[in-house]
Design a protein around this ligand. Structure first.
Ligand code: DAH
Length: 344
């Protein structure tokens, strides 16, 4: 019996050499593994093996069976691969000159709307600037009139770095540098990413975008502020939008306001977007505090100005119809693709 097993094994290895295609391989499989094949035959002979040898011979038969099965599977895979290669070589499946639709990417709604805001302000003569994401405590707080002891520091949960610097909590952090660079007569817009140590929910993110603007000159007035904000909303919503100011409080502006825009969707009649009030709270702003001007080397007895800090993600949500701020950072391609044609 042992001799028979060895001879079947040798014969199988020989026969494998002739299995040049899938048909021959199938014939080989039937010859060895078929119902009436050599392995089945061996199994039948197994009955006659003396009891004391059954264990040893059983292992040998099993090994042979496993080896044959493995080898047949290997041969099948390699023949399949060869067949595929042949097919590819003979067909034009990979004609690299064919135009292929790999899907065109789309801009993030933030990028689309930020461009609209930037374009509008640029057309009104604003310089577009960038801010740092890591800021000194001085720029983020002290230079905008928020000293160490000021209660306003509690309004913002700050990510402090080991070296005493901060992840910018507000785009206002760039005001001092910008006024030093471009003041005392300037119109500058500076969008940027801000960070706050917030619990995240549908309305709060720890990473969000603001767009800040400053205008400094002689005799700047609240009327100028209203004019520029209306122009901006006009550029973004492509229609006339009314604004109204409510009193607010910020350390860096005096007086400070909350600017509301008339709802661009219902024209002020009231709808679900504006909570039926007809107004959307959009942008804190105010007349720059004299301390902020003086700290930037701008003589506040001669110059004044306004500043605003647009909660940009909110504007993006309103305009794109997203009801959860977390979508903006989630990088969900399927969701983002919808905006390719939607935001205009
Ligand atoms: N920096 C403020 C914040 O993040 C927003 C702000 C309010 C900016 C009033 C301004 C301003 O420039 O005048 O809460």
């Amino acid at each position: 019996m042992k001799d028979k097993i060895i001879s079947i094994s040798n014969q199988f290895n020989e026969d494998c050499k002739n299995a040049e295609d899938l048909t021959k391989l199938e014939q080989l499989r039937l010859l060895y593994m078929g119902k009436k094949g050599k392995i089945a035959e061996l199994m039948q002979g197994f009955r006659e093996v003396p009891a004391e040898l059954k264990k040893e011979v059983g292992v040998l038969v099993n090994n042979l069976k496993n080896n044959i099965e493995e080898k047949l599977a290997e041969l099948k895979e390699s023949l399949n691969n060869k067949a595929l290669e042949k097919e590819i070589a003979s067909s034009k499946a990979f004609d690299i000159t064919l135009p292929v639709d790999i899907g065109v990417g789309s801009l993030h709604p933030r990028s689309i709307i930020q461009k609209q805001v930037i374009d509008t302000f640029a057309s009104m003569g604003f310089i577009i600037e960038d801010g740092n994401e890591i800021e000194t405590e001085y720029n983020n707080f002290i230079s905008v009139n928020v000293p160490d002891t000021h209660p306003a520091r509690d309004m913002q949960d700050t990510f402090w770095l080991d070296n005493g610097e901060v992840l910018k909590t507000q785009t206002s952090a760039a005001q001092n540098r910008i006024l030093k660079t471009y003041g005392p007569k300037c119109k500058v817009l500076f969008p940027g990413r801000c960070f706050r140590n917030e619990a995240i929910d549908a309305c709060h993110e720890n990473t969000f975008f603001q767009i800040e603007g400053v205008v400094v000159d002689e005799n700047v007035s609240v009327a100028n502020l209203i004019y520029f904000m209306k122009k901006m909303l006009n550029g973004v919503f492509k229609k006339d939008i009314n604004v109204r100011l409510r009193p607010g409080y910020f350390p860096f502006t005096e007086p400070s306001f909350e600017l509301d825009a008339s709802c661009p969707f219902c024209g002020g009649k009231g709808c679900s977007t504006c909570g039926n009030s007809g107004w959307i709270e959009l942008c804190p702003c105010g007349m720059i505090h004299p301390n902020v001007l003086n700290m930037a080397g701008v003589d506040s007895s001669r110059y004044n100005g306004f500043a605003f800090g647009l909660g940009f993600d909110r504007l993006v949500m309103i305009k794109s119809g997203l009801d959860d701020i977390r979508h903006l950072n989630a990088g969900e391609i399927k969701l983002l693709k919808q905006f390719k044609t939607k935001i205009n």
